[in-house]
Design a protein around this ligand. Sequence first.
Ligand code: MG
Length: 386
Amino acid sequence: MAKRISILGSTGSIGRNTLNVIDSLQGAIEVIYITARKNVDLLVQQALKYRPSAVGIIDKEAAKIVENRLAGEQISVLAGRSGLLDIAARDDVDIMFNGLVGSSGMEPTLSALHAGVDVALSNKESLVMAGDLINTEKLKTGTTLFPVDSEHSAIWQCLVGEKLDDVRRIILTGSGGPFRARDVNTFSDVTVEEALNHPNWDMGNKITIDSATMMNKGLEVIEAHWLFGLEPNLIDIVVHPQSIIHSMVEFVDGSVKAQLGVPDMKIPIQYALTYPDHYPADWEALDLPAVGELTFEKPNLEKFPCIRLAYSALEKGGTCPVVLNVANDEVVAAFLNDHIPFTQIPQLIEEALDQHEWLENPDLDTISAISQWTTNYIHDQIAAIS
Ligand code: MG
């Protein structure tokens, strides 16, 4: 019987790849719900192709257009953030695929787990902000998180058949982004276009900027902590510019397992949907002689302070990762809109971390209050700069 799925963020880069994977799985997965922020044309096109029972669209004006275009199609339209949360909380699916961007993805993850639905998680920000709450909810409802992030999918695959007790450390690989070899003294001149030009991965704008600052790797350290239960000092980062090794696990006897593949998100997406099986796929296979060289470097924390900020937020815990994540969402948006220079990204995040009132073990209300504080703080700082 086909697995029933909801896809949050179906018109984004990850959502579109997920639908491509579902096409190639030929009937193994049935699309029950899809949601978008405001891309009317693509959402309607997807709705007519996959015939979900409902679609969600956050932008309320766009929702009116979608409703008109889908009139008479027996597909309901849910509008606004409340429509998205309604779909996320539905229990008539087997998997909720969370392809949302940024902090907005956290609540839907918790809602799905609460409803007893397994989650395929591309939205790493969910775990950064509420890893503890998510793990508690998972335990309570006996649900599972399937990692979609390529590094975490790699570690997950390396751990199949292994015991966590036998793990000495995990090694997250990162490409180093577009500025790995660029002189740090020119970072204040970085343009949006340069930052969006990732050498290996084709991804959405937010995560591409996170790759350029290497905050993406920092967020992934926090994500790995909550997914695999390892302390921060057991999670290392190695820069690997070719993006062929997607991450590694080192065992107590010094044996190291790695997972390799072409840098294509369809592979980790498919594994999250077909776990524990590997299904045949006809996309490009890895050609090692064509790749030639695999190289490795230490990450440069002077050049990429976001990595240091993320480790320190994880070590301090409590509200720090929330502030780190929300501040990052806000400054990345400001950089993309040309409101701040590239070098202000880590500076403003660090200021927000220093200025906020730290609390231990935040519940959902505290997370939401501290998120609001962080948004306001960053907006005020940016208004003062520009
Ligand atoms: Mg990743």
